[in-house]
Write a protein that binds this ligand. Structure first.
Ligand SMILES: [Mg+2]
Length: 373
């Protein structure tokens, strides 16, 4: 099998209006842009990939992604055998700096092809299942307290037994929102907060002390990545597990944070790490270093979510039972671009057992959401 070309398709999919996201990273999120990737071969097999285009996160968008794939990755990959995922991903890792979400979309498509060629789901190529399903948690947007409480109640009714609340907007509003959510869901639901780096170092400790009154059990990305060096002191002061998200893209980021004692848990993404392989290397490092991992999200659609589930089901270093993962993207959309929805239920994500990533595109829906201009 040889790669013949790489096709990219920009799409935009609206979020359910009642679940639009507001966070400490600023701005509101109503529609999600993605770049779909199809790696074509000289057989009838096609590998699928998906990049979340969130420039506020990674500096990547649909135009940069398509450009980098066409200009740098396609020439490197055409004529190659896609099942040699490790070698090819190593090759394109150095083709251009950063732009991890773009690289991840192509890397996951190679895994998809490798699985399809072998007739096995990707999780089997990764060594098989470590768990029957991936425990997941809900993410409550940083909206007004009453609205947040309503979303949390809805999520609990759906079956979520763990959640996080977006904070990092304003200390009073944060405290009020988390209190309202705790009151709505009762004492038993595992509850944490995600500040998306929205607090200053001076603001973080006193605000977290207030949030503790609502029984929170972890704090995600309290400070901006620029303030990584201040995380170890904050972590000691607050005495709660700190999850690093925006601070950890690469294995080198994870090693640095581990060395300075900045975090207890790494939130890894297939997209942020640059693929399933690099994300797995972070999880393996964390496992060896006595740290934990969970999986975070940019509200992926069916292809990206499938890559996350295969990674999490097959990777022991992802402590999903203790720190449930954010594999919840499909809940945020009325519609997806895959033909058969993934078996992602509230609180539990499972992969399809079909070969590769186990998802097929619904071409009519891809056309419906395609960006044309
Ligand atoms: Mg986060």
């Amino acid at each position: 099998m040889k790669i013949t070309r790489i096709e990219t398709i920009p799409i935009r999919v609206p979020l359910k209006p009642e679940l639009a996201i507001r966070s400490g990273r600023g701005g509101a999120h109503h529609v999600s842009p993605f770049l779909l990737v199809k790696v074509h071969t000289d057989t009838d097999l096609i590998g699928l990939g998906e990049a979340s285009c969130t420039p506020r996160w990674s500096g990547e968008d649909q135009v940069t992604g398509a450009h980098l794939i066409r200009t740098y990755l396609e020439p490197l990959l055409v004529g190659e055998n896609p099942i040699e995922v490790e070698r090819l991903a190593g090759k394109f890792r150095l083709a251009f700096a950063a732009n991890y979400f773009t690289k991840a979309a192509v890397e996951m498509a190679l895994w998809d092809l490798a699985g399809k060629a072998a007739g096995k789901p990707v999780y089997e190529l990764l060594g098989g299942k470590c768990r029957e399903f991936v425990p997941t948690k809900w993410s409550v947007s940083g909206v007004a307290a009453a609205e947040a409480a309503e979303i949390a109640r809805w999520a609990q009714t759906q079956g979520f037994a763990a959640m996080k609340v977006k904070v990092g907007t304003d200390p009073d509003a944060d405290a009020e929102r988390v209190r309202a959510v705790r009151q709505a869901i009762g004492p038993k639901v595992k509850l944490g907060v995600d500040a998306n780096g929205g607090w200053s170092a001076a603001m973080a400790a006193p605000t977290i002390a207030r949030l503790r009154e609502s029984g929170i059990s972890f704090v995600e990305q309290p400070l901006a990545p620029e303030d990584n060096v201040l995380l170890p002191a904050l972590r000691k002061t607050i005495g709660l597990p700190v999850i690093a998200d925006e601070s950890v893209y690469t294995l080198q980021d994870a090693m640095m944070l581990s060395r300075i004692g900045a975090a207890d848990v790494f939130s890894i993404y297939v997209g942020k790490a640059g693929g399933i392989g690099p994300a797995r290397r972070i999880a393996e490092f964390a496992h060896s270093a006595g740290l934990k991992c969970t999986i975070g999200s940019n509200l992926e659609l069916g292809v990206g979510s499938a890559a996350m589930v295969h990674l999490a089901i097959a990777t022991a270093g992802i402590a999903a039972e203790e720190f449930p993962c954010d594999i919840i993207g499909p809940f945020f959309y009325d519609d997806d671009i895959v033909r058969i929805p993934l078996p992602i239920r509230p609180g539990e994500a499972r992969p399809n057992a079909q070969p590769g990533l186990g998802v097929e595109l619904d071409e009519a829906k891809v056309e419906r959401y395609r960006v044309r201009n």
